[in-house]
Design a protein around this ligand. Structure first.
Ligand code: B12
Length: 251
C-alpha cells in the first residue's frame, strides 16, 4: 500500500512522501534560485496552501481507494506539520527550528493527509544539524537560542503582527527592508546549499518578489484581495504590509 501511495504521489509531482502514525506527509520544495526582493521567498508565488491542497486532494483519492477516511491539512494551527514530517522520516530539525530535508534544505512546505488506515510509520531521520550557529548569530531579532525560536523576537512574526509595533521592531523592519516574512536564518544555513530549483511549476510562475507602497496604497481592501489574494503574503490584509513598507520607504 505504501508503495502505491508513494507512486501516486510521484505521478502528482510530489517527490518526497513519508508516513507518520496517522498521516501521509508530503514535502513541497519551493527554492527557485537566488533572487532579490522584499517579500520572503515562501510567499512569492501562488499560495502554497492552494498548490499543496490541490495535489493532496488527488493523493487522498488514492487513499480512499483503500477505504480510508481522509482529511487534508496544510499549515493549520492545531497540527504540527514539522513534527509529522520528522516522524515520517522526511527530515531533521535545524537549530533555527526549521525542518531540513536532504536535497531540499529547509526550503519546503509540509502538507498532511490524516487517515485511518493501518500503515506502519517510517523511522525518523537520525542525521543532525551541523549546529554551526550561523543562524543564531545572523538572526536579526536574536530570536534563536539553544535550538529554540523565540517567536516574539522572530522578524517573520513581527512583519505579520497587526497593530502598533515597538520602536525596536520598527527598526528591524527598517534595516532589513522586508515587508513580509524573513529568510535570514535559512539563507545563512549551510544545509541550504548545493541543490537545484523546485520542479513544481506553480512555484515558478507569476512570481512577485518586491512590493512598493505605491503598488497598494491606492487599492481598497477588496481590490487588494483581488490583486494579491492568491499570494500567501496577503492573508493579513493590506494595512500590515503597507505599514511595513512605509517604515523603510520613508527614509
Ligand atoms: C505559527 C507558525 C509560524 C510562526 C511561529 C514559528 C515558530 N517557530 O513557532 C511564525 C510566523 C514566526 C512562522 C515563521 C516561519 N514559518 Co511558520 N509556521 C507556523 C505553524 C502554523 C505552526 C508552528 C508551531 O507553532 N508549531 C508548534 C511548535 C511546538 O513546533 P515547532 O515550531 O516545530 O517547534 C518545536 C520543534 O522545533 C522541536 N524541536 C527542536 N529541535 C528538535 C529536535 C528533535 C530531535 C525533535 C524531536 C524536536 C525538536 O522543539 C520545538 C518546541 O517544541 C506551522 C504550520 C503547522 N501547522 O505546523 C508553520 C511552519 C512551521 N512554518 C513554515 C515556514 C516556511 C515559516 C518561515 C520560513 C516563513 C518565512 N520565511 O518567514 C518562518 C520560519 C521561522 C523559523 N525559524 O521558525 C513551515 C516550515 C517548513 C520547514 N521546512 O520547517 C511550516 C511547517 C508551514 C508548512 N506547512 O509548510 N511560522
Amino acid at each position: 500500500m505504501k508503495e502505491r501511495i508513494i507512486q501516486k504521489a510521484k505521478e502528482l509531482g510530489i517527490e518526497k512522501t513519508g508516513f507518520s502514525k496517522n498521516s501521509v506527509v508530503a514535502l513541497f520544495p519551493y527554492f527557485v534560485g537566488n533572487e532579490d526582493g522584499n517579500i520572503s521567498m515562501y510567499a512569492r508565488s501562488i499560495d502554497y496552501h492552494i498548490v499543496a491542497e490541490e495535489k493532496l486532494k488527488q493523493l487522498a483519492e488514492g487513499l480512499r481507494e483503500f477505504g480510508a477516511e481522509t482529511e487534508i491539512h496544510v499549515d493549520k494551527g492545531k497540527y504540527n506539520d514539522r513534527q509529522a514530517a520528522y516522524e515520517a522520516g522526511l527530515g531533521f530539525y535545524g537549530i533555527n527550528g526549521m525542518l531540513i530535508s536532504p536535497g531540499y534544505g529547509s526550503y519546503f512546505f509540509i502538507g498532511q493527509i490524516i487517515h485511518n488506515l493501518d500503515i506502519e510509520p517510517d523511522t525518523p531521520d537520525d542525521r543532525e544539524c551541523l549546529s554551526c550557529g550561523r543562524c543564531e548569530r545572523e538572526c536579526p531579532g536574536k530570536a534563536i537560542s539553544g535550538g529554540k525560536v523565540n517567536t516574539d523576537k522572530c522578524l517573520s512574526q513581527i512583519t505579520q503582527k497587526r497593530g502598533e509595533l515597538t520602536e525596536s521592531e520598527q527598526l528591524l523592519i527598517k534595516t532589513k527592508g522586508t515587508c513580509w516574512g524573513c529568510d535570514i536564518c535559512q539563507k545563512v544555513c549551510p544545509h541550504n546549499r548545493g541543490f537545484g530549483t523546485t520542479a513544481i511549476p506553480e512555484f515558478l510562475q507569476d512570481r512577485i518578489t518586491t512590493l512598493k507602497a505605491e503598488d497598494i496604497e491606492g487599492l481598497s481592501n477588496k481590490e487588494f484581495k483581488e490583486k494579491y489574494g492568491r499570494y500567501a503574503f496577503s492573508w493579513r490584509g493590506k494595512s500590515v504590509i503597507l505599514r511595513n513598507l512605509r517604515l523603510y520607504e520613508e527614509e
